[in-house]
Design a protein around this ligand. Structure first.
Ligand code: HEM
Length: 522
């Protein structure tokens, strides 16, 4: 017999009439989910006040519905509140259970269709399913608590976690398919040669379930966008120095492109790298909003040169300074303002060729934007799941919120958009699996640009309507709407970083115009 079953067995049984006698100050019991709580002393400590317990519908009474209209279930699960349980109602059993860690949400639309029972998919096979199960279990048991703690205290993500992800092959898998996986033991025993963009999508979408946007970027977001130029264009010498230590979690890297002077318009970059006679460069300039910059050992930096632009992977060395920028998400992301003052960078740190800097940075953008689509679409779904739960358990104007047509209409619009976004994402991902990297840059740059711009418009709708449905709780950092508040504070990151919505919509149309037939007219 498990300890839990034994504890249940030992609970004293009461009738509802017996509980009803304890209905006053100094002697107050309530029933929540068939369990009897003695709150006589707790009332004075209750964050929601003492008087609420003395209502005639609460003291000595069934308070399940009232409780779940005001609190998240996690409140009841805390040990200090579990201690208030003195018994159970005779002949009744508790029904409300937290989901076992690692499990699939039973809430309709709480998961992408391919994970819902009874739905079919042309895209995902057994290895994707195995990966999903194992990453979910890993996230739920190893990451969520750290994510929530770091999001709150602003400290950088735990090194032990990053190293563990490195040892398990997860850091390498987050870089997508490619040669860097060859010969490597991967998480969930995925064979390196079968790893595709759907595997990467699974990892990205599972990681964002932590609902801690700053931590999500803090957890090696810099690697995801800063390492590809080295992998794709770096010399063997550069790769030998950087790739393995970064994938192992021993060293950290970030992408340093945007500046106070230039965001989406990368051509406006002012940081200058002056070539010296010995082939080295002296770099001067600044970079802004650099994710992981605070703790990066290497900065994959776009700089102007006499030959146009170059990408230099600048090690943290004399003349490099990083200052924390406080953005609307947590400082756990390590977002930095960087100054390069006469930094001497040896020639071996030039990535690819001097003069090809813009092409190198642009070639990275498709993948970076697609990763952002994966995460923002999955985060929007997680918010919809919170809304579903809320409207099902909250009453207003004497009726359940779910019985109000206006609420259902708003939610219907959100669910449709999230479903459509995921479906489009999967179509694009399928194309990525079939096309070479070069074909992707020709045929998918526009699609990915549109998808990202549209995904963040969907996030915008989700943020807006969810807060309207949650009301004040949607703008409160703790309590029932805490994830709605977090989403509202952070969803704009994806709408701005990696190309703003406006720039991307324009890019998509310009890409399409390039392929207009000149022998076909209206
Ligand atoms: C064992 C029973 C209870 C426990 C352990 C408990 C615990 C808590 C805690 C920890 C909070 C603050 C965190 C949060 O906002 O979620 C809170 C808030 C609150 N509680 Fe309770 N509570 C209990 C029962 C009740 C009952 C029966 C009522 C109503 C009759 C109630 C009314 C409230 C209210 C109004 C708030 C403020 C909520 C808000 O600001 O949105 N609580 N409670």
């Amino acid at each position: 017999m498990s300890a839990q079953t034994q504890a249940k067995k030992q609970l004293k049984e009461y009738t509802r009439d017996e509980v009803a006698k304890h209905n006053k100050k100094g002697d107050c019991w309530i029933i929540i989910d068939a369990q009897v709580y003695n709150v006589s002393k707790f009332v004075e400590l209750h964050p929601g006040g003492e008087s609420v317990f003395y209502d005639e519908d609460v003291a000595g009474q069934e308070a399940t519905e009232t409780f779940f209209g005001l609190h998240r279930h996690e409140v009841l699960l805390k040990p200090q509140y579990q201690r208030l349980i003195i018994g159970k109602i005779a002949g009744e059993e508790s029904k409300i259970k937290p989901l076992p860690l690692g499990s699939i949400s039973p809430v309709p639309y709480g998961e992408p269709t391919w994970l819902q029972p009874k739905f079919y998919t042309p895209y995902y096979n057994d290895s994707h399913r195995r990966l999903q199960r194992e990453v979910r279990a890993y996230v739920d048991t190893q990451i969520v608590d750290i994510a929530q703690a770091c999001e709150a205290n602003g400290k950088r993500p735990d090194l032990a976690l990053v190293k563990d992800m490195g040892a398990k092959g997860l850091n390498a898998m987050r870089m997508g398919p490619g040669k860097h996986l060859h010969g490597r033991k991967l998480f969930a025993d995925i064979k390196p040669e079968e790893f595709d963009y759907f595997h990467e999508l699974v990892i990205t979408q599972e990681l964002v379930r932590c609902a801690a946007r700053g931590f999500g970027d803090g957890l090696n977001g810099g690697m995801v966008i800063g390492l590809p130029p080295i992998l794709n264009f770096g010399s063997d010498e550069l790769k030998a120095e950087i790739v393995e230590p970064v994938l192992a979690g021993d060293k950290f890297i970030c992408l340093a492109v945007s500046e106070a002077f230039a965001g989406s318009d990368v051509m406006g970059t002012r940081t200058f790298a002056q070539k010296q006679d010995d082939g080295s460069y002296i770099v001067n300039g600044t970079k802004k909003w650099i994710t992981n910059g605070m703790f990066a050992d290497y900065f994959t930096t776009l700089a102007k040169t006499d030959d146009g632009f170059a990408v230099l992977c600048i090690p943290r060395t004399e003349g490099v300074e990083t200052k924390q920028i406080k953005t609307s998400y947590s400082t756990t992301a390590g977002t930095a303002y960087i100054t390069f003052d006469n930094v001497r960078v040896p020639a071996k740190y030039v990535v690819g060729e001097d003069g090809l800097g813009i092409q190198i940075v642009l070639s990275n953008f498709n993948h970076e934007r697609w990763v952002m689509c994966c995460s923002t679409i999955r985060s929007s779904r997680a918010v919809c799941e919170q809304v579903m739960l809320w409207i099902n358990q909250r009453k207003a104007f004497g009726k359940s919120l779910s019985s109000q047509a206006v609420v259902r209409q708003k939610l219907g619009a959100l669910l449709s958009q999230v479903e459509a976004a995921q479906a489009w994402l999967e179509v694009v991902t399928y194309q990525m699996c079939k096309m070479s990297y070069k074909e992707q840059s020709i045929h998918l740059a526009g699609q990915v640009a549109f998808l990202k711009a549209w995904s963040t418009r969907v996030s915008h709708e989700v943020a807006d309507s969810s807060v309207q449905i949650f009301g004040g709780r949607g703008i409160t950092k703790s309590g029932m709407g805490k994830f709605i508040e977090e989403f509202n504070r952070t969803y704009k990151f994806d709408a701005v970083l990696g190309g703003s919505e406006e720039v991307l919509s324009d890019l998509g149309v310009r890409q399409a115009l390039r392929f207009m037939p000149d022998n076909y007219k209206l």
